[in-house]
Design a protein around this ligand. Structure first.
Ligand SMILES: NC(=O)c1ccc[n+]([C@@H]2O[C@H](COP(=O)([O-])OP(=O)(O)OC[C@H]3O[C@@H](n4cnc5c(N)ncnc54)[C@H](OP(=O)(O)O)[C@@H]3O)[C@@H](O)[C@H]2O)c1
Length: 298
């Protein structure tokens, strides 16, 4: 049996859907089954309840599992959550843990400078030091984070970010789900690290252009200050630690300025990379404000 944790979240639910699309049975770990929505209706999907921080709640989830995709939110508890889960999974006899990690596309980005990327490094070290087989997935920024800009896009036709002319190379979560599916269902991925970005590095002015083309309305990029964006995040209800962490991250991206594309994983696994223009067209209803999208605060 294959287990996917964080199955109510963005990459977790996308990977569960990829399994269902391929008619491959999978078990989905959620903290709150009431939030699992249509996941429970998907063919071959078994939704189980448990909390990765509390091993005693994971017995049903881990029973008979050979491989697990480990995902939890990027918040302050990620390190403790994932190390606790690794211990519980090994005790339950899981043979291979695939960790969803992260890798900024920005050239020269220092993972040790930021809590969530530093936590990923620490969890990776913990996993590598254990005697379970492992694979690390390292996607860049998710394209889905641009949904968080929908209120401004709808209200004023503006994409307001503190990034100057920095380029980023975000990836579609569905591409990550395809990678995770292949890694979990085929052999030869043990002991490998799979970095991945989208197929192009673009400025926020170009991102605004892609969204504009997709929704058929003008959208322009406005380069706001870090302070202004932080205030906007707080007014939008982001918890202060999240707003602060984002502000620091964006300041570093702006300072370093340039991203590189890495399609080595897409090429290796035969996955067609999704462009931001394709992504924006697929989700034009969300970028127009016509469909609901929930942002999960970390
Ligand atoms: N956002 C990006 O651009 C980006 C880029 C690269 C990598 N990443 C990494 O991707 C991962 C997922 O981030 P995300 O923003 O996509 O998060 P997300 O959508 O919130 O998904 C995280 C999921 O983990 C679940 N979870 C958290 N703590 C748990 C626990 N103790 N037990 C069981 N489940 C738990 C959450 O459950 P609930 O639904 O119950 O809250 C949620 O469904 C993070 O490690 C992040 O660093 C993110």
């Amino acid at each position: 049996m294959i287990l996917i944790t964080g199955a109510n979240g963005r990459p977790g639910s996308a990977t569960v859907r990829e399994f269902a699309r391929n008619k491959e049975p999978v078990r989905a770990l959620v903290r709150d089954p009431a939030k699992a929505g249509d996941l429970r209706e998907l063919p071959g999907v078994e939704v189980v309840q448990g909390d990765m921080l509390w091993p005693e709640t994971l017995q049903d989830a881990l029973a008979g599992v050979d491989r697990a995709l480990m995902i939890s939110g990027a918040g302050p508890l990620m390190l403790e959550t994932q190390c606790t889960f690794i211990d519980a999974a090994i005790r339950a006899g899981v043979g291979h843990i695939v960790k969803l990690s992260g890798k900024d596309s920005i050239d020269g980005f220092d993972n040790e400078k930021f809590r969530s990327s530093r936590s990923h490094e620490q969890i990776q070290r913990y996993l590598l030091a254990s005697d379970v087989k492992w694979t690390i997935l390292q996607p860049s920024q998710f394209m889905h984070v641009y949904f968080e800009e929908v209120p401004d896009i709808v209200a004023s036709g503006e994409l307001r970010l503190p990034l100057g002319d920095t380029t980023l190379a975000p990836i579609d979560i569905d591409d990550i789900a395809k990678v995770a599916y292949k890694v979990l269902t085929t052999s030869g991925h043990e002991g490998r690290v799979y970095p991945m970005t989208g197929p192009e590095a673009f400025t926020m002015a170009e991102a605004a252009g892609y969204i504009s083309d997709a929704i058929g309305k003008p959208v322009r990029y406005v380069d706001v200050s870090s302070e202004e964006k932080s205030r906007a995040w707080l007014e939008a209800g982001y918890p202060p630690p999240r707003a602060t962490a984002f502000a620091q991250l964006f300041e570093e991206r702006r300072r370093l300025g340039r991203s590189s594309v890495d399609l080595s994983t897409h090429l290796r696994l035969g996955i067609e990379p999704t462009t931001f223009a394709q992504f924006a067209r697929r989700y034009a209803d969300i970028f127009q404000g016509g469909a609901q999208y929930t942002v999960t605060p970390a």
